[in-house]
Every structure is written in structure tokens, then in C-alpha cells.
Design a protein around this ligand. Structure first.
Ligand code: NAD
Ligand code: AHE
Ligand code: ZN
Length: 374
């Protein structure tokens, strides 16, 4: 079939809207009509060329929601008409990691996913370009910047049909990552002091989850003071602007506010210098710092080992530690039951033709989440 998609032809170049060909789903695969997709900072990261796994041409996008339109041979858990959220972290329930129940990092298809291919090592997408038709890579196993996409059955969470696509698409990454980082990875306790670096589409979900679990102080840190207003609405109690207090005084400012350091800190910037500050702003003896941000190729984190010797813990989280097929439908229920807020975080919506504007808004610090509605 043919469909419309925003294609990333090369690093650093704007996406272009193309008519592409989509091959039907093979065994164990599903054709999904994407109804809406969020634009996450990670899409920009890969488009910028900073992602060591970045491949071109590719169809980016990993924060979608849609409807099953066709199922391949052997698919048993999904049927035509089901509403689904694509999962860049699948859940096969059979691999060593899934069975361990210790991590959400299912290994069933990670190798081919990282190469921009389906599990049989081929692509379902092609596009006429200069010099004729060529295959186009999948992205994070999702490619939600195409109106129709193909995913393995194990990479789709079936969700209730009354949930609006243009809101629940955000659960496909940002909402689940932020909330899951607090609940699954850090396991923040009631009364804990929390500091969140980066008040964007992920950080604000960290803040809303910290409030949900009963955190005491919730300190937000961002270079952009315009982010503070929304953060306060979501539960931030104190704001630190590194430009105002001095970048070298941020850790001290957090220690002063918390009587010695935060119980939990989160990096939602992707900046390795910030990750160090986040670790060092943790309380001596037990403070835990959770790395959510994705850093550019070649970047490394550093601190004095003494920081760890004296009890601080450095951890990371992918997709908030969520097991997608199990947890995502529950998060959709939380949204529909009014337990979590999504609507006001979606500050901009646009048709696919205007998707590059979503990246502009992100860079200008004007949006929290932009959502493309097909
Ligand atoms: P965003 O662009 O919406 O927000 C980033 C925020 O960080 C902005 O408000 C920006 O002003 C602030 N910021 C940037 N540099 C800063 C600095 N030096 N100090 C303080 N604040 C700073 O991005 P997002 O969509 O919220 O994503 C945040 C990060 O999380 C990205 O690195 C993204 O790739 C990553 N991410 C990781 C996962 C995961 O599973 N681990 C999932 C989604 C996103
Ligand atoms: N390709 C990058 C890794 C990027 C990365 O860490 N991605 C996160 C999700 S970001 C969503 O917005 C993730 O899930 N990581 C676990 C995994 O298996 O990719 C690189 O650096 O190579
Ligand atoms: Zn994302």
C-alpha cells in the first residue's frame, strides 16, 4: 500500500513529506494506522546525527497511538480494529530479561530494531528518491511519523477504545518514561525530597509522579525560566535557574533546600555535566540519581568515586522501567480516570505537513509536547 510519511533523508536536514510504499505485515507482525504521534526530544537527537544508532533514510517517531488494520500470520493477541500504542521497548514475555522480572529491557528484537529493520532483517518501507526506489529504515521499531506502519505483535500495547489518540500517544514515551522513572525505577517514597533537572516533556511527568506518590520538596532546575509556571502547576515546590544562581552553585542550592541533598534526583536534559550535578546533589549515604536523558555519541559521565563510596547511587531508566504490554494499558486507565494529567502538557498540535515546526518549537523552548494528528 501507499501512505504519507515524514522521511529523514540525512542528519541535520528537515524531514520531507513523501508518499511511501508499505509492505504488508509478515508473520507475527501487525499493520497499524497511526492516528496521532508526539514529537519527543529523542527524535530530534537522532535527526541531529548525535545518535550512534542513527540511520538514514529513516521514518522517525516513537510516541504514537493508532488502530490495527491488518494482522500477519500467527498473530493471536491483536485483531483488526484494536486500538494500540507502539512500544519501542517491547515485551515478549519469553526472553531471559522478560522472564527475570528484573528489567523491562526485552531482548527479543533489540538487535534488528537498532539496525532499523524488522525482526527478519528487512524493512517494510520504501520510497522513490534520487536514483529510484530505495528502502527506508524503521526507527526504534515504531516509525510513527508514517500514517501506516508495521510492528511486531510484541511491540504493541492494546488499549481501551474510548481513549483519545491525540492525548494517549504521549503515553507511548514521555508520560510513561517520567512517571515510570519515579514509580518503577526510583521507587520514590512519600515525604522524599526530589530534584528534577530539565522541565520538558519528560521532566514534568517526573514532577507529576513525584507529587502523586507524596514527595515533600519537588525542586525543578531549568535554564529556561518559562518552564517554571507549568512545573508549579504539576507540583514543583521550588525552582532553580542555573543562570541566576550560578551553574557551580546549583548543587549547593539543592543541599540548602533539602538539608543536605535530595533523596532522589532525575536528569531529564541529556547533558552529561547536568547528570554529574544531579548525582552530586543527592543526599550522602542514600541519595539516588536517575539518568533519563539521552546523551550525544561520544559523551561520558564522570564524578569522583568518593560520591559513590559515600553512598550515592547512579541509575538509569529506559521507558521508565515499564513493561509496555502490561503497564501501558494501566497508564491509559489512569489518564481516563483523571489520576494523571496529560492535556495541558500537549501545548501544540499540527498536521503531518507541519512536523518540522514541532522541532522548531522544541528548540525555541516554546512547547512541552507537540502532537501530529493525521
Ligand atoms: P525537552 O526538550 O522537552 O526538555 C528538555 C528540558 O531540559 C528543556 O526544558 C530545557 O530547557 C532543559 N535543559 C536543557 N539543558 C539544560 C541544562 N543544562 N540545565 C537545565 N535544564 C536544561 O526534552 P524531553 O522530551 O523532555 O526529553 C528530555 C531528555 O530525555 C532527552 O535527552 C530525551 O532524549 C530523553 N528521553 C529519555 C527517555 C528514556 O527512556 N530514558 C525517554 C524519553 C526521552
Ligand atoms: N540509540 C541511542 C540510545 C537511545 C536511548 O537510550 N533510548 C532510550 C529511549 S529514549 C526515548 O525517547 C532507550 O529506551 N534505551 C534503551 C535501548 O535499548 O535503546 C544510543 O545511544 O545508541
Ligand atoms: Zn521519547
Amino acid at each position: 500500500m501507499e501512505t504519507r510519511a515524514a522521511v529523514a533523508w540525512a542528519a541535520g536536514k528537515p524531514l520531507t513529506i513523501e508518499t511511501i510504499k508499505v509492505q504488508p505485515p509478515k508473520e507475527g507482525e501487525v499493520l497499524v494506522e497511526v492516528m496521532a504521534t508526539g514529537v519527543c526530544h529523542t527524535d530530534y537527537y537522532t535527526l541531529s546525527g548525535a545518535d550512534p544508532e542513527g540511520l538514514f533514510p529513516a521514518i522517525l517517531g516513537h510516541e504514537g497511538a493508532g488502530i490495527v488494520r491488518e494482522v500477519g500470520k500467527g498473530v493471536t493477541s491483536l485483531a483488526v480494529g484494536d486500538h494500540v500504542i507502539p512500544l519501542y521497548t517491547p515485551e515478549c514475555r519469553q526472553c531471559k530479561t522478560c522472564l527475570s522480572q528484573r528489567s523491562n529491557l526485552c531482548t527479543a528484537i533489540r538487535a534488528t530494531q537498532g539496525k532499523g529493520l524488522m525482526p527478519d532483517s528487512t524493512s517494510r518501507f520504501s520510497c522513490e528518491g534520487v536514483g529510484g526506489s530505495k528502502d527506508v529504515f524503521h526507527y526504534m521499531g515504531c516509525s510513527t511519523f508514517a500514517n501506516f506502519t508495521v510492528l511486531p505483535e510484541i511491540a504493541l500495547a492494546k488499549v481501551r477504545k474510548d481513549a483519545p489518540f491525540d492525548k494517549i500517544c504521549y503515553i507511548g514515551c514521555g508520560v510513561t518514561t517520567g512517571i515510570g522513572a519515579v514509580i518503577n525505577t526510583a521507587k520514590v517514597w512519600p515525604g522524599a525530597n526530589v530534584a528534577v533537572f530539565g522541565l520538558g516533556g519528560i521532566g514534568l511527568n517526573v514532577i507529576q509522579a513525584a507529587r502523586m506518590v507524596g514527595a515533600d520538596k519537588i525542586i525543578g532546575i531549568d535554564l529556561n525560566p518559562a518552564k517554571a509556571e507549568m512545573a508549579r502547576k504539576f507540583g514543583m515546590t521550588d525552582f532553580i535557574n542555573p543562570t541566576e544562581v550560578g551553574n557551580d552553585k546549583v548543587v549547593q542550592a539543592i543541599q540548602d533546600l533539602t538539608g543536605g541533598g535530595a533523596d532522589f534526583t532525575f536528569d531529564a536534559t541529556g547533558n552529561v555535566n547536568v547528570m554529574r550535578q544531579a548525582l552530586e546533589a543527592c543526599h550522602r549515604g542514600w541519595g539516588e540519581s536517575i539518568v533519563i536523558g539521552v546523551a550525544d555519541a561520544g559523551k561520558e559521565i564522570a564524578t569522583r568515586p568518593f560520591q559513590l563510596v559515600t553512598g550515592r547511587v547512579w541509575k538509569g531508566t529506559a521507558f521508565g522501567g515499564a513493561r509496555g504490554r502490561t503497564d501501558v494499558p494501566k497508564i491509559v486507565d489512569w489518564y481516563m480516570d483523571g489520576k494523571i494529567e496529560i492535556d495541558s502538557l500537549i501545548t501544540h498540535t499540527m498536521p503531518l505537513d507541519e512536523i518540522n515546526h514541532a522541532f522548531d518549537l522544541m528548540h525555541e523552548g516554546k512547547s512541552i509536547r507537540s502532537v501530529v494528528i493525521y
